[in-house]
Design a binder for this molecule. Sequence first.
Ligand code: GAL
Length: 837
Amino acid sequence: MSQSASSPRTSNFNHGWRFNLGDVDAASQSSFDDGAWRSLSLPHDWSVEHPFDEKLEGCTGYLPGGIGWYRKTFATPESVPGGRTLVVFDGVYNRSEIWINGKSLGFRPYGYVPIVLDLTDHLADAGGENVLAVRVDHSHYGDSRWYTGSGIYRDVELIQVGPTHIPVWGTFVTTPKVTDDEAQVQIETQINHTGSEAGGGSLSTSILDPQGNEVAKASESVSLAGGSQQAVTQQLAVAQPKRWGIETPHMYRAVTTLEKGGEVVDRYETPFGIRTIQFDKHKGFFLNEEHTLIKGVCLHHDGGLVGAAVPLGVWRRRLLTLREGGCNAIRTAHNPPSAEFLDLCDEMGFLVQDEFYDEWDNPKDKRQNCNEKERDDIVAGHDEFFQEWAERDLKDTMLRDRNHPCVFQWSIGNEIEWTYPNYSKATGFFDMDWTGNYFWSQPPIGPEEIKKRILETETGENGEHVCATTAQKLAAWTRELDSTRPITANCILPSASHASGYADALDVVGYSYRRVMYDYGQEISDKCIMGTENVPHWHEWKAVLDREFISGLFLWTGIDYMGESNKKWPTKSTRSGLLSTAGFAKPSYHLYKTLWSDDPHAQLFTIPLEDSVYEVGGDGELVEKEPGSWERRLWFWHPLNPHWEYEPGQKIVVEAMTNMPSAELLLNGEKLGARKLEDQDDRICRWLVEYQPGELSIQATDGQATAEHTLAAPGAVADISLSVDREQLVADGRDVAHVVAQLVDAEGRPVRSDEREIVFELGEGLRLLGVDNGAHDNTQSYTSDRLVTHHGRALLVVQAAAEASQVSITATTAGAASASVSLELTGSSDTGVLQPA
Ligand code: GAL
C-alpha cells in the first residue's frame, strides 16, 4: 500500500476481477468456470448497488449483504528465483476466506484490516495461470451500528520480492529529536532472508526531502544466516527539517535499498513526516511545539452514494470542504481507515485519530444502539471474533499506519463501557432513584463508591475489572509497536472508567458527550482529557475555549453517514454531519466555520416559526420554547432552510451564523435590525421576519472586514445551473468528477423549494457512480442516472472509463431548459482504464 506504492515491487491488482453475488460451492476451485460472472474492477461494494429496502436493517442503511465471490485469473509473473509473491488486500468486508489455486490461505473476520498473504508456494510456474478466489460472507448484514458495505471495498496489490527482502510494512520511521536546526531520524528496517544459504549484503537508506533531493544517507553491511530475519536500526540527521503540519504538510521519503554483490535486490519507500506532538495535562496539545486546538470531526468510512468503496477523489472533495470550514483533525470512527485515506490526510495536513474498535468482548445492540437486547444471525457482529483476532488485527493496522505523520493518536475503542456489566449502574446516572441526565449532570456519587460498585461483579482472576483488563491488553500491544503516540479511547462513562482502571490504560482520556465533566476529570485524574465525541453546537466549543487543559474535540460527525437509523424509515442515514452525504454544507458547518476559521463569514438560514424551537415572547421577541435549551442541544438542529421562499405574511425565523461582532439584516434594502454576536447565547443571530418576496441579506462587520450573504426569492423553475469540479478526469479508478445541478429561475436565482426529477445523460467514456440529493431520508437508488432534488439540488458523481476529449454531461428536467458541462478524459499511469461495471 502507501509505503511501497511507487516501488516496482508493487503492482496494482484491482483490475480484471469476476464477481458473483450468491454462494457457489465450487468457486474456490481453479477449474470452476466463472465466464458468466460479472467483470469488474476493485474496489467494489455490492450493497450500495441495490435499492434501499425498508424490509432490511436501518442500522446498516437498509441495504443488503449476502455472500459474494470474487475471482481473478492471472499469469504468474516472472520473478527472481527463490523470491516471494504476496497479495495485500487493504480491506474486505467481511468474514473473508481467500484461496489460491484451490488452496485456502485462511479466514479473516474483521472487515477493516489489511490482509497480507503469501501466494508463492501455490503458484504455477512463470507464465502459468492462477486463480485467486475470495468468498465474502456478509450474510449477517445487520452486523454493525452503521453502514459497512460488502465486498473487496479497498485496494488490492501484488508484491514481488526476492529471497532477501524487506517485508510488507517492514520499516518504522521515527523522529526521536526534532529542533529547527536538525531532526534525528531513526529507521528500523526488517530484513527477511528466505534463502537456505547464508548471505551478506548492504542496507542503505536515503532520505529525500519534499522536493526529492537526498538530504541524508546511511549504509550498513548485513550478514544473514539462511532462513533468518533481522532488524537493522539506522540513525540519520536531517538539517533544517521542514516540519509536517496542518498548514504545511511537508512529506519526506526514506528510500531503503538492499544490495547483494553490487546488485540492488530490493527497494522500499517509506513516506514520513518530521513533526513533534505533545499532550500536556494542563496546557493541552502542542504540534511542533505550538499550542494547537484540535478542531476535529468523527467520520465513518462510507462516501455516500459510492458506499464503502470510496474513490480518493470523493474523499478529497469532502476533506477540502471540511478544511475550508477550519477543521484540522479526523477521528476514524470506529475502525481503521483505508491506507489511501491516510495518504490523503498526510498530504492535506489533517491530524488523524486512528480507531480500532466499537466493540470488544461484548456486543452492542445494532438495532437499538445500546447494550445488546436481541441477538440473531442478522445482527451478529464482531464480538465473537474479538479475543482471538484482536492482537493480529491491531498490530497489522499499526504496522500499516505507524509511519503516517497524520496519525497522532491510537484509539483502542469507542464507548466500550456500556457493554460491561455494572458500568452504567456504577455511574449513578442510571439507578432507579436517580433522575439525572447523564449528558448534563455531574456524577451523583463519589469515585470510591463508583469503584466499589464496579468491582462488585465481573472481576477477573486478580480482582481487576474485565473491561480494564482488555483495555490494558490492547494498550500494551499498541505500545509494543509505537511509543511515540498517545493511546486514547472514547469513554462514554468517564466517571466509571477513571475508577475501574480502564482509564489507567490510556494516555489521553477521551470524553464522549461529557463536557460538563471536564473539570471533574481534570481534578480526579492525572491524565490528559479531551472531547473525543461532541455535538455540533457552540456550547461544546465554548467548553474547550474556556479550559486551557482541554486540547480540543471531535464533532459527531463531519459528514452524514449511512445507517444507524433502525425503524426510522425512510431515514437511511444519520444527519449529524456538518456536511450531507452529498457533501453539501449544512447550518452546523457554517456555525463551526465561524468558530474554527478566521475568514470573515456570514450565512443565512430560515425556518417557519412554527417549525422552529422558538416562540414569540411577551415583548414580541423570539424566546426559546424551552428556556435555556440551547445549552442542551444534541446532534440534530431544527430543520433550517437555505432559502427565502415562503407565503407572504408567514412568520419566519431568520438565523445567521457569523464570526463578525455585529450583523445587520435587510429585506429589500430595508434594515430589520442589528445584532451583536456577544449578545447571542448560542452564537447565532436571530430575527423574526414577516415574509415578503425579494432579497434577504445580512451585512456583518468587525469595523474593517465585512461578510455578506443574500437569499433571494426566485420565480418559477426555468433552467438548471450545472457545475463540475474538474475540467479533466483521469481514468485511474481514483479520480472522480462531482457534478452539481441546481434548479434556477429565468434570472439564474436558485429555486430551493420546488423539487423536480433531474435526469443526467453521460457521454461515452464516462462511468456513472451515482446520484444523491443529500437528504437523510432520500431512499431513491444511488446507482441511477436520475433523482428528485432536495432543495432544488442534485449531485452526480462520475469516473472516466476511457480516454476521450470533451465528453459532455447533460441534465434535463420537465418544464426547464437542459444544461450541459464537459470534461476531458485522460489516460492513466495505472494498469489501464476501469472496466465498465
Ligand atoms: C455515540 C456513538 C456513535 C453514534 C452517536 C449517535 O454514542 O459513539 O457511534 O452512535 O452516539 O449518533
